[in-house]
Design a protein. Structure first.
Length: 427
């Protein structure tokens, strides 16, 4: 490609950036030319200015070009920049099918029931893309996405506006402007908003805020709570900065979750923490997304039939199995980092410190408890934390002595193995 560009420039070589380098080939093996791409762009309304005697130039973006290429490959006309055509990975298909199956089984028993389902999936699972695929499978026309982190909006908008599967769908948010009343009711709509902007009640009247009434009067087909629900976020937010000065804490909370969280937190205290009371939304179903729903799983908030799990271990297994089954193919998990999980035998003296928690069980919060602020901050169990650090780097003497007695030794990175063995990793 670069050689062809330099050749076309002749003697007047100019610096350039190559944005799109795609095979001009269809699925059936037939090919198309650059002139076909230009013509498709012209047909879509992009300007084809003349520079000298050449008509090879187009005023468009790289994604516009990718969309034209996708149209020539598939024979399907697309709107906007819906150029991506990648399919779901097997685990994403499983997540969609399990959630869809659960929803439909509940509706079969009671058409008016409002089922809830949790995707407990690690980062980079592709929850955004898979959630849209679930909405499509369900035939949802009105989808509300709510989160505590407005910064994730870009991913929700990009996935919807770049993939061919969602051609014709509409995306709205406070950033884009508009409300569902302004949207084309014949096409699917996704509205993205934060809890801070959309929900809650007026503290003086106890009524829904006037500017948010449309959220509550709209009959949604699917409501997606990104990163679980507000109760879990609220607690995790507080725990994240626990022990800090109140002013410092509020500053950190605002930086992490945006300025509206402090006011929102006050509303929760005054109006109560019951989710159904605080979020009076009409919907056919709820989908909860999280990589760390530990409290929900521990308290049994969701039963097994309501949960799809995808962990780091599952991902590593899929990556290895795909490499074996398809040795010469591109591995869809190949770009995901390899993980090695190590286990360590904690000495009794360290376990005794950790067991000082409320329920006489190992408590990381207790073991790594700290006090003080700034330069004066230090671990409460400073000596024991240092012993733990020595342990994981193989420098804790009592552990080394015990290992020698048992015919074990500790290597420099703290992985225990039997003397004479080549080595192993404890998974």
């Amino acid at each position: 490609m670069n050689a062809r560009i330099r050749e076309s420039q002749g003697q007047m070589q100019q610096a350039y950036t190559l944005h799109v380098d795609e095979l001009a080939e269809r699925g059936d093996g037939s090919i198309f030319r650059d002139s076909d791409v230009r013509q498709r762009l012209v047909d879509k309304g992009f300007e084809n200015p003349i520079f000298g005697s050449a008509r090879e130039w187009m005023r468009c973006t790289p994604d516009d070009v990718r969309t034209a290429i996708t149209e020539l490959r598939t024979g399907v006309k697309l709107s906007g920049t819906h150029h991506e055509t990648f399919p779901m990975r097997p685990e994403q298909v499983s997540a969609v099918e399990k959630a869809q199956g659960y929803f439909e089984s509940i509706w079969a028993e009671n058409y008016h029931a409002v089922p809830r389902f949790l995707w407990n999936a690690k980062m980079r699972f592709g929850k955004t893309f898979a959630a849209y695929q679930l909405a499509k499978r369900l035939g949802a026309k009105r989808i509300l996405v709510v989160t505590f982190k407005p910064a994730v909006e870009d991913a929700w908008q990009t996935d919807l506006e770049s993939h061919a599967d969602f051609d014709g769908w509409q995306y709205l948010s406070s950033a884009t402007g508009g409300s569902p009343d302004d949207a084309d009711k014949t096409r699917p709509l996704v509205y993205f908003g934060s809890f801070q902007d959309l929900l809650g009640r007026d503290r003086k009247t106890g009524l829904i805020k006037a500017k948010n009434e449309w959220v509550h009067t709209t009959n949604w087909d699917l409501v997606i709570f990104d990163e679980y629900h507000f109760g879990a976020w609220r607690e995790s937010a507080k725990e994240l900065f626990e022990g800090e000065d109140e002013k410092v804490k509020q500053k950190e909370l605002a930086a992490e979750y945006n300025d509206g969280l402090v006011a929102f937190d006050e509303e929760l205290d005054e109006l109560g923490n019951d989710e159904d009371d605080f979020l009076p939304i009409t919907t056919r179903a709820y989908l909860y997304l999280s990589g760390t729903p530990f409290k929900a799983l521990a308290t049994g908030e969701f039963i097994e039939e309501q949960i799809f799990n995808w962990t780091y271990t599952d991902e590593q297994r899929a990556k290895a199995e795909y490499a074996v089954a398809h040795p010469n193919d591109w591995n869809p998990y190949g770009a995901l980092p390899e993980m090695r999980l190590f286990t360590y035998q904690m000495p009794d003296e360290l376990i005794a410190v950790a067991n000082q928690g409320e329920f006489d069980e190992f408590d990381l919060n207790e073991f790594f408890e700290a006090k003080g602020i700034g330069a004066d901050a230090e671990f409460t169990h400073k000596t024991d934390v240092q012993k733990w650090l020595d342990l994981i780097r193989g420098a804790h003497l009592p552990t080394q002595v015990d290992a020698m007695r048992m015919g074990l030794f500790a290597d420099p990175v703290g992985v225990s193995r039997r003397a004479g063995e080549a080595g192993c990793v404890v998974m």
